[in-house]
Design a protein. Sequence first.
Length: 128
Amino acid sequence: MDLIANFITTTKNGYQNQKKEVIVPSSKIILEIAKILKDKEKILDFKEKKISQKNFVRILLKYTGKTPILSEIKQISKPGQKVYSTWDKIPRILGGLGLVILSTSQGVMDGKSAKKKKIGGEVILKAW
């Protein structure tokens, strides 16, 4: 099962149905992505939760009024087709208003941080 695709689909569906929170299976990369989304104020908060001996992440979605903060989240790298980028070719989304998340040799980080540190990596997802 592709945990990142599940995370993206669940989050998008939560926003479309105006849910306050969604629950997704937990993994290290999901926790790192959630941390970046929280730091960039794209979600309210997240918390790891244990249900029936399995770990999950509870994500509190963020809205302005009834409008979701994130209108789109797309997975770039997929299990069968990895997408890599050098630091100078990291994509800019909506002229810098969007968010790119990469997995680098120094951990999971957003595109702006990776450009500052001049490191590239696997482009996981983009959101705006």
